[in-house]
Design a protein. Structure first.
Length: 281
């Protein structure tokens, strides 16, 4: 029989957050693939687990995934762990899962800690709808594109950031989203010195301009109010008369009735008002 891949979520701080199911899997699997074997050995020693390990990380993820898939096809059960949290979330485990799916190898995920969800629930911001961006791209053009996209994001935004890049990122977020946008900067999650600094982007910049950022951060940022977007969209048409607005759509081949609906939606008015303006014209 073919083996199986077990995605094992590990603690992001407090070791007691590991699940019984993950412990049972780590004890029963044939091999543990770890992002950093030196880090994982501490976890295994704490729970008195002795299993062979192999490294699987960002710099060997493609080639090593092929090797691991071959092992599972031969019947080896493999547990994948990251340094902290859930494998596959902003993590090279994504590649291994992809190759397993393509090869027909069974994959199962064992739920557990994830820094992004933990920070979201602590933030005090809306949790019903959110988007997770992980680390912003390092490429300048890609980074600018993502920041521009986030300007109209209405969902709560979650980002990861390292301490040495925090101020730069906060400045970019201020320029893109405004200094008054609410933000929660979370670090040391589940640990003794867990912190959720609830403030605004501008105030966060002032604070970390005087206090050196330390620790890995999860940034939870308020989304843009839908009402604000509707007002901005409506204002775009203020310089255009309703008949000109109608012509804008009809010149593109939009039927008159459909154009009236679009104009009414754009301007936040009723179709009757659009019709009346057309009669006056």
């Amino acid at each position: 029989m073919a083996g199986k891949l077990f995605l094992c979520a590990t603690p992001i701080g407090n070791l007691e957050d590991i699940t019984l199911r993950v412990l049972d899997t780590l004890r029963s699997c044939d091999l543990i693939a770890a992002e950093d074997t030196r880090h994982t050995i501490g976890l295994l020693n704490h729970f008195e687990i002795k299993k062979p390990m192999t490294s699987y990380h960002e710099f060997n993820k493609v080639d090593k995934a092929r090797v691991l898939v071959e092992k599972m096809q031969e019947g080896v059960n493999i547990a994948l762990v990251t340094d902290a949290g859930t494998p596959g979330i902003s993590d090279p485990g994504e590649e291994l899962v992809r190759q397993c799916v393509e090869a027909g190898v069974e994959v199962t995920s064992l739920p557990g800690p994830a820094a992004c969800i933990t920070a979201l629930t602590l933030s005090g911001l809306a949790t019903r709808r959110f988007c997770f961006e992980a680390f912003l791209p390092m490429d300048k053009q890609d980074r600018a594109w993502v920041l521009k996209e986030l300007q109209r994001e209405t969902r709560t935004i979650i980002l990861y950031e390292a301490p040495h890049r925090l101020i730069r990122t906060l400045k970019e977020l201020r320029d893109a989203l405004g200094e008054n946008r609410r933000i929660s900067l979370c670090k040391e999650l589940t640990k003794i010195h867990e912190t959720a600094f609830r403030t605004t982007i501008g105030e966060a910049l002032d604070y970390y301009g005087e206090n050196d950022p330390r620790g890995e951060f999860v940034l939870v940022i308020e989304g843009k109010p839908i009402e604000e977007i509707l007002q901005e969209d409506s204002a775009k048409w203020d310089s255009m008369t309703i008949p000109e607005h109608m012509e804008f759509y009809m010149s593109k081949g939009t039927p008159k009735k459909e154009a009236m609906k679009l104009v009414a939606a754009d301007r936040g008015i009723s179709k009757r008002e659009v019709y009346a303006a057309m009669l006056e014209e």
